[in-house]
Design a protein around this ligand. Structure first.
Ligand code: ZN
Length: 485
């Protein structure tokens, strides 16, 4: 037969493809219907069975011709390889992680029904059944059955022969009636296989990544310990996927909130993103270079650098840490020269924290430290204050006790005066009328001695407006410049 003739051949007995049925399954049924083996059918029709199984476009076109089939259907369900280990699965994609192109995984109930209706050529393979993160048939909810592999993948693709060979296994599985109600995750994944990707930030993820992200995040949410992660059974994995999808499908803010919660309930002695995010982080670290995962990577990276103390030269998921976002009190102590206890109390004061919250501080941020240092810069100790006012430290304490100067303590006996108050009182002295010499006035010190009045009392009365007519002499500093009439 010439090549032109072959293209005009149409088989007398055809089959009607089912929604989602693979071209290999259609070829297998077509051969059975016509009483030959798929290999023989193919060679008779100028096709090659192994190439048809791999979904070569020219083979699909020939199959469409000889079987009177719609080419777009064959192309859609051919699981064409897009690059090594990556396949088109209906209207989505998957790598080999959760997709096995060369396996016979069938619904026993669908198979039993089709066999009863059509005979042996009813045995068929839907592409979605080879997606391992789907547990049950969409129609019957029956657990999908993995048939033993044949000697070669091309024999495995012959679903009619496979079902013939393992007829008893299929029957037993159908009788067992193990039910897997589709989970939200499975419905979501199936929606992608048959329709367009959902309009959310996960739309670029192929099925293996979608499954990996949802399952590992779900495991972290459910508190599954990392070291036992692989020992969880199917039921738990299904539960993890649902938990993970619930958070992830809601967007990046939802993931950030979830990670905050994971951090908040961390029981680790030294909390760190790699332990707090558990299986989810370990999954993402292994896959972080994939372009389609960059939005997830950016989200986890942002969370890690803003929530944990880390050295500036570190990288998180391959990305640099932008400056120092969090710092330990040890770094803060070295940077400022102030003790950790004092730093904590300063921060507690400026940020209005309770004593318990102040005690519980384990790290700080540059912004928080700046606030604390700015406040600290506005305080003077007693000695400096005494020097500025040109009085004794005990007199400073007296002025504090009288409320002339405000003071603050930080958990110790040491008192600090607000520099602002010192500046104010000195400004008032400077505003007094300056006279060229002592003249009829008395220097403050002499006045106090002669009139047996304390300096503190006199200054307090002056500040209360009860003493008037004071003047000031040049060349003397602080309060001692005051002249009393
Ligand atoms: Zn079924």
């Amino acid at each position: 037969m010439s090549e032109d003739d072959m293209h005009n051949v149409r088989l007398a007995l055809t089959v009607s493809p089912l929604n989602g049925e693979t071209p290999a399954s259609i070829g297998s049924r077509l051969a059975a219907r016509n009483g030959v083996r798929p290999r023989d059918l193919c060679s008779d029709m100028g096709m090659r069975w192994p190439f048809l199984c791999s979904g070569h476009p020219d083979q699909l076109a020939l199959l469409a011709d000889v079987g009177g089939l719609e080419l777009p259907h064959l192309e859609l369900w051919s699981a064409q390889q897009v690059r090594t280990g990556h396949y088109r699965v209906g209207r989505t994609k998957s790598s080999t992680g959760v997709f096995r192109r060369t396996s016979s995984r069938v619904c026993p109930t669908c198979t039993e029904e089709a066999l009863a209706e059509m005979g042996r050529y009813g045995a068929h393979q839907l592409l979605e059944w080879n997606v391992l993160c789907l547990s049950g048939c969409a129609r019957h909810k029956t657990a999908l059955l993995d048939l033993p592999r044949a000697a070669t993948s091309h024999e495995t693709y012959d679903v009619v022969a496979q079902v013939d060979l393992h007829r008893d296994l299929v029957k037993q599985a159908a009788d067992r009636q193990q039910v897997y109600e589709a989970t939200e995750f499975e419905t979501y994944a199936r929606g992608r296989i048959y329709g367009a990707p959902q309009a959310d930030w996960l739309s670029g993820l192929e099925l293996t990544h979608l499954h990996g992200a949802c399952m590992t995040l779900g495991a972290a949410i459910c508190g599954a310990p990392l070291q036992h992660f692989s020992s969880y059974g199917q039921a738990q994995e299904r539960e993890f996927c649902v938990e993970g999808l619930r958070v992830l499908s809601a967007g990046s803010e939802s993931l950030l909130r979830c990670m905050e919660e994971l951090k908040a309930r961390s029981r680790s002695r030294r909390p760190y993103y790699s332990t707090d995010l558990g299986a989810f982080y370990h999954w993402l670290r292994a896959a972080h270079e994939r372009p389609e995962l960059q939005r997830l990577v950016a989200c986890v990276h942002a969370f890690a650098v803003r929530s944990y103390t880390m050295k500036p030269n570190r990288r998180v998921l391959g990305r640099p840490v932008p400056g120092v976002q969090r710092m330990s009190f040890d770094s803060a102590r070295r940077q400022t020269g102030l003790g950790v206890a004092l730093l904590k109390r300063l921060i507690g004061h400026v940020d209005g924290l309770s004593d318990t919250e102040t005690e519980a501080l384990t790290e700080t941020t540059p912004e928080q430290l700046d606030r604390a240092l700015e406040f600290w810069g506005g305080l003077r100790n007693l000695k400096t204050t005494a020097a500025a006012l040109n009085v004794l430290p005990t007199q400073v304490k007296g002025l504090i006790d009288k409320g002339v100067l405000r003071s603050i303590r930080f958990g110790t006996a040491l008192r600090y005066v607000y520099a602002e108050d010192v500046g104010l009182i000195l400004a008032e002295v400077a505003a007094l009328h300056e006279v060229p010499g002592v003249g009829t006035y008395l220097l403050l010190r002499d006045h106090c001695r002669n009139h047996r009045i304390g300096l503190v009392r006199l200054i307090t009365l002056w500040r209360e407006g009860k003493i008037e007519g004071l003047a000031r002499v040049a060349d003397v500093t602080g309060l001692q410049a005051i002249l009393v009439p």
